[in-house]
Design a protein around this ligand. Structure first.
Ligand SMILES: Nc1ncnc2c1ncn2[C@@H]1O[C@H](COP(=O)(O)OP(=O)(O)OP(=O)(O)O)[C@@H](O)[C@H]1O
Ligand SMILES: [Mg+2]
Length: 460
């Protein structure tokens, strides 16, 4: 495009130069003829004019015709075709010259060649006596234009080539990484979750690739967790089902003594309770995972709700000869949490504390500070190592000191953690080591509290 614009400019400039050059000649020659034409018109012979024209043609070149005011032919150079013509037609250049002093027109001559005709009015003492018509074939000008085009192409083609090569290279550097991003996304969509992109730059595309890799990592670990969750759940259900099957087969035995029959029936009931618990924990986790778990209720009377929940656990603890203490701030605020959820959290923590503590005490503390609401369940039980503490809240995790010795699915703490996440809260575990007891602390941040109180009073 640029090439053609430049070419067109060159063409116009060349033709204009050609025309101006001829105009200068025409004006000079017209000036030369002012006096002779004046004499001629006053009755002197025309030979003088013809001869002068021939001389000028030899000196300057071009073909000439001189006409008077009425376009009567006064003189001409050879081969111009005016030999037998008395008067010429009013051609466009003559019309223009009449008003503008100088006029130009390009048209084919008698032999069909494009020719430039220039008419210049011949002035003598301010009066126009007639016109000098200079004619010159356009061929040399056209040839020059072609030559200019060739030169232009010669100069611009390498540049054009460079520009094309550079733009191909630039578009390649942009599109290649985007293409590889797209391919990786397609691979992932087909299930290759370990797909990652090699990051080769730090620009926007590089950042996009980094984000993609991060997202791919997250998806991969999420899928891994999900898969292991399903297989663990299936595994956890298979054991009690096996056990139910064996007991059912034993019960089919008619000769089975009554005592054993009662034992098996009791075991079957326990197993069913255990499975029911497992299924409800799984359902709860699935609902939270899917984002279908929303509770917009509030614990209004926090202190009495807590005492209400703890009453049963005190009985349970005392049954096992465990000491049970409660320390509670009296001015506890409303909790932006469903009472059911508060119960689920405490039930899980206390069930663990009592289950994993064979002697000693359980201590529950509920406090409210500038940091928010904190609930602590402390026991003197089996405890855990710092390494184990990392896994306690993972689904189905059970430490080796409890596995096989205490019943459980390894889901209670993950339920606690998931519920708390819904409310922006968290749960932490601490232990000085194995058989050193454990402390689980639940916190709800201040901003989550519906009606924070500023003055706290302690129970006397
Ligand atoms: N109070 C505690 N003292 C020592 N270890 C604990 C305590 N609470 C939990 N743990 C450890 O954390 C693991 C996970 O607890 P979680 O409550 O999730 O499962 P669980 O009690 O084994 O089974 P369930 O699903 O019936 O609650 C336990 O198996 C145990 O190893
Ligand atoms: Mg538990």
């Amino acid at each position: 495009m640029q090439f053609f614009i430049a070419g067109r400019q060159l063409q116009l400039a060349t033709l204009e130069f050609y025309q101006h050059h001829l105009e200068t000649d025409g004006l000079l020659v017209a000036a030369t003829f002012a006096e002779p034409l004046g004499h001629y018109l006053e009755g002197e012979g025309e030979e003088g004019i013809g001869r002068t024209l021939a001389m000028i043609q030899q000196e300057v070149g071009h073909n000439y015709l001189i006409v008077d005011h009425n376009y009567r032919v006064v003189g001409y150079t050879a081969d111009t075709g005016y030999e037998h013509i008395d008067r010429v037609d009013e051609t466009p250049e003559l019309v223009e010259a009449r008003s503008e002093r100088i006029g130009a027109d390009i048209r084919p001559n008698q032999s069909g060649q494009d020719t430039l005709y220039l008419a210049v009015s011949v002035l003598y003492e301010g009066d126009s006596l007639g016109y000098l018509v200079l004619s010159e074939p356009m061929q040399p000008a056209y040839r020059e234009v072609n030559q200019r085009y060739i030169e232009l192409a010669g100069a611009s083609l390498p540049v054009l080539g460079l520009v094309i090569a550079a733009s191909l290279w630039i578009s390649g550097t942009i599109s290649r990484p985007v293409q590889s991003l797209r391919n990786s996304a397609m691979l992932m969509a087909k299930g290759a979750l370990d797909t990652r992109i090699q990051i080769t730059s730090q620009d926007e595309v590089g950042q996009l690739a980094e984000t993609f890799n991060y997202m791919a990592g997250q998806i991969e670990s999420l899928m891994k967790t999900q898969r292991s969750f399903v297989s663990n759940a299936a595994h956890e259900l298979r054991t009690p089902l096996m056990m139910l099957k064996l007991r059912a087969e034993a019960l089919a035995e008619e000769t089975l003594p009554t005592a054993e029959r009662d034992l098996y029936l009791r075991e079957i009931r326990q197993e069913i309770d255990h499975m029911a618990e497992l299924v409800s924990s799984l359902l709860m986790l699935a609902r939270i995972d899917e984002g279908r778990y929303q509770q917009n209720r509030v614990v209004t009377d926090t202190v009495s709700t807590l005492y209400d929940i703890l009453r049963n656990w005190r009985i349970e603890a005392e049954k096992r000869a465990l000491k049970f203490d409660i320390t509670m701030d009296t001015g506890l605020p409303e909790l932006p949490m469903s009472p059911n959820d508060l119960r689920l959290i405490l039930d899980n923590l206390l069930a663990n504390a009592i289950k994993y503590t064979s002697e000693g005490s359980i201590h529950v503390k509920a406090a409210y500070s500038q940091k928010g609401f904190a609930l602590e369940v402390q026991d003197t039980g089996v405890g855990f190592t710092p390494e184990q503490s990392v896994y306690l809240f993972e689904r189905f995790y059970r430490s080796e000191q409890v596995r096989g010795k205490f019943a459980g699915n390894g889901l209670g703490l993950s339920v606690v953690k998931s519920i708390l996440q819904q409310y922006g809260g968290q749960v932490e575990a601490q232990s000085k080591g194995i058989r050193q007891g454990a402390t689980f602390t639940v916190t709800l941040p201040l901003s989550q509290l519906a009606n924070p109180v500023t003055h706290l009073t302690k129970e006397p």
